[in-house]
Design a protein around this ligand. Structure first.
Ligand SMILES: [Fe+2]
Length: 450
């Protein structure tokens, strides 16, 4: 392990250390067997500060790491910086107000999706960045001039219509815009939505007929912005609400439901069930109350909105800490049986990272059962992405993919696990250089973007 300087921020220690070299590796060692039906790319982004340091885990420069699979082979691994203004001019400050409001000044460090033939690298304050199939940067997109503000890192692709449902939030009015993009990639609807203030809305929820906004008490704070700190803090006086709107609706059609104060970065999924709307979410009791590094433990909760009585029931599903929830893309907005989350298992009594094992949790929401994959001592996985088999016989008939970091070798691997059996042994493990901790990614089939 490389020596860590005493003043290195926690998020840049261990496997938080950024990597400096962009690599292309075509001779990859594989243990096990890559399913030959997998034809596409797994691409994940993360915050990898070019300067070597960053003031907050969310501020680093976006670097994508990708693996191309075809015909049972791993054709390549690549990592590339997204060529944002911060890479071209490293002295640009993300907290400079003129930079924050320049929609091309994305860090592109939060999520990667494939939609309408394009691969988009996303961050929530700015325009998406389009990248090509070799992870090279094409440039920012405003959907032909139609996008007038920021674009979330967590848009949702409806598996029924192919639409991309999205939003953008802003510290300045309008604080929230709803965005609906057609299956062919045109931004066809923009609606200003009235929220309680400049809330940090990281993600949202979709069902077959509705979208649900989360208006929660992590809000933009001008004083902090002026002082150069992360400009968002918890506000005990800000009401927590869920706003339900028809997918082609307007601000006047939003129905708001009060909930208990909390913060949710990431829902697992949501769906309609008669007169109710069910939302499974990774819920934090609060967020950034003391500082912007105040992250309590998130757990899986279920909110059930009764659209007739206006009541919202809030049920804690599990007390085990877990985040980065995902479901199969085929059930987004529809009733899901299975959801997957990232967790850690403490294998020992001290803080030695080699006594911790990364885990993928699988929740069966019908039976209430939880099963897990353990990666083993010192091996930490990232967000698990579900990829279906070619002709799936069940919702969980497919694979879970993620990068796994091994503290004992200081290297990473790309693993393909069996989602149905949750066997601890990967179907295939592709040996890679070290891939730092990151955020979100997607499996992008060759049929979607090539
Ligand atoms: Fe996220």
């Amino acid at each position: 392990m490389a020596a860590v300087l005493e003043d290195t921020p926690t998020h840049l220690q261990g496997n938080g250390r950024p990597v400096t070299e962009e690599k292309t590796i075509s001779e990859l060692k594989v243990v096990g067997s890559i399913p030959s039906e997998l034809d596409g790319r797994y691409v994940r982004t993360g915050a990898n500060p070019l300067s070597g340091t960053s003031a907050h885990p969310f501020f680093g420069d976006g670097m994508v790491h990708g693996v191309r699979l075809r015909d049972g082979k791993a054709e390549w691994y690549r990592n590339r910086y997204i060529q944002t203004p911060f890479i071209k001019n490293p002295s640009v400050d993300i907290l400079d107000p003129s930079v924050m409001m320049d929609m091309k000044s994305s860090k592109a460090n939060t999520h990667v999706i494939g939609h309408a033939g394009k691969i988009l690298a996303l961050e929530e304050g700015h325009f998406p960045y389009v990248i090509d199939g070799d992870l090279g940067t094409i440039g920012p997109t405003d959907f032909g001039g139609a996008l007038k503000g920021s674009f979330t890192a967590h848009p949702k692709i409806c598996p029924v219509t192919g639409e991309l449902l999205a939003f953008g939030y802003s510290p300045l009015e309008p604080y929230l815009r709803y965005l609906r993009i057609s299956a062919s990639g045109e931004l066809v609807q923009t609606e200003n939505i009235t929220v309680g203030g400049p809330t940090m809305m990281h993600d949202f929820n979709v069902t077959r007929n509705h979208v649900i906004f989360m208006d929660l008490p992590a809000v933009f704070n001008l004083e902090l912005a002026m002082s150069g700190d992360m400009p968002i803090r918890w506000d005990d006086d800000y009401p927590a609400r869920l706003g339900v709107m028809p997918r082609d609706g307007t601000d006047e059609q939003v129905t708001w439901y009060d909930i208990n104060p909390c913060y949710v970065f990431h829902p697992m999924n949501s769906y309609e069930d008669g007169d109710t709307i069910v939302l499974d979410v990774a819920r934090f009791s609060h967020m950034w109350r003391e500082s912007a590094m105040d992250f309590p433990s998130p757990e899986l909760w279920r909110w059930t909105i009764n659209t007739v009585t206006g009541n919202v029931s809030e049920e804690q599903i599990d007390d085990r800490g877990a985040e980065f929830p995902r479901v199969a893309d085929s059930v987004i907005g529809l009733k899901h049986r299975y959801g997957y989350m990232m967790a850690m298992s403490d294998l020992g009594a001290d803080d030695d990272p080699t006594n911790t094992s990364g885990a993928i949790l699988k929740y069966d929401r019908d039976s209430g059962k939880r099963t897990e994959i353990e990666f083993g001592p010192g091996r930490m996985g990232g967000e698990a992405v579900f990829v279906p088999s070619a002709n799936p016989a069940a919702e969980d008939d497919g694979y879970l993919m993620t990068y796994v970091y091994d503290a004992s070798t200081d290297k990473s691997s790309f693993v393909i696990m069996d989602a149905a059996t949750m066997d601890n042994t990967p179907l295939a493990s592709i040996e890679l250089p070290r891939i730092p901790n990151g955020f979100h990614g997607s499996w992008i089939p060759a049929s979607v973007a090539n």
